[in-house]
Design a protein around this ligand. Structure first.
Ligand SMILES: [Ca+2]
Ligand SMILES: [Ca+2]
Length: 238
């Protein structure tokens, strides 16, 4: 009987911690903060929460229409249009975009984004994450197998990687990568050739997370364990 009590105590303590609700903590919609009826003007600051967005490895960027993304903006919807990718056969994983978002106080990180591939852009996207803002780890490859097409709701769940949580240096990248098992980029449109001036247009880049339990919650949990322990001892005496 006494052996089963720690499990029981843990179960009771667990119920004291309310299930964490995942919410969007940072969001880039790339739209002008004040709508100006011009999709070639936009904003690199997040529409919600904090963080930075930057191009990587010589990529250049501008704003163009986000029409076709999941952005609910009825008008003045911009996307972040990136180009100047690496020459065919070179610079694998070196060019794309990078977002830095502190996850201090947060866990269960999920990333989502919409991306429009042009006909001549790299068909394959690689999502990488970083725990120190310097070294990046490959996590997921996506196939953009159509040209001039939006791929909405790309999503990766990083909740299984403990180091991502509660980390001021967390960052992620989406970079162009060679076709799997080859040393060359594929074009998004089968009938086109890959070209450095192909474009990837991002929209609705979001980071969702749940709060890590506050210290008070841990205190409450430990208090709960103590109460249960006391009850066990009392019962064992009678
Ligand atoms: Ca605008
Ligand atoms: Ca937008």
């Amino acid at each position: 009987m006494r052996k089963s009590m720690p499990g029981l105590a843990l179960a009771i303590a667990t119920t004291l911690v309310a299930p964490a609700q995942a919410d969007i903590v940072s969001l880039w919609d790339f739209n002008s903060p004040v709508a100006d009826a011009n999709t070639s003007t936009g904003n690199l600051l997040p529409a919600l929460g904090g963080g930075t967005a930057a191009t990587l490895g010589g990529v250049t960027a501008s704003f163009s229409a986000g029409t076709g993304s999941s952005d609910p903006a009825g008008s003045d919807d911009s996307g972040w249009n990136t180009t100047t990718y690496a020459s065919q056969g070179g610079g694998d994983k070196s060019r794309g975009v990078q977002f830095n978002v502190s996850t201090v106080g947060l866990k269960d990180i999920v990333l989502t984004y919409d991306l429009r591939h042009s006909n001549t852009s790299s068909r394959y996207e690689l999502l990488q994450y970083s725990l120190d803002g310097i070294n990046f780890t490959d996590f997921a490859t996506f196939d953009g197998d159509a040209g001039d097409t939006w791929f909405n709701g790309r999503s990766v769940d990083l909740s299984g990687i403990a180091g991502v949580n509660d980390n001021a240096s967390f960052a992620f990248r989406v970079v162009a990568t060679f076709a799997p098992g080859t040393g060359a980029y594929s074009s998004s449109n089968d009938g086109s050739n890959y070209a450095t001036n192909g474009t990837w247009r991002f929209d609705m880049v979001s980071v969702s997370a749940a709060p890590v339990p506050e210290p008070e919650t841990y205190a409450l949990m430990l208090a709960g364990l103590g109460v249960v322990g006391l009850a066990v001892r009392r019962r064992s005496r009678t």
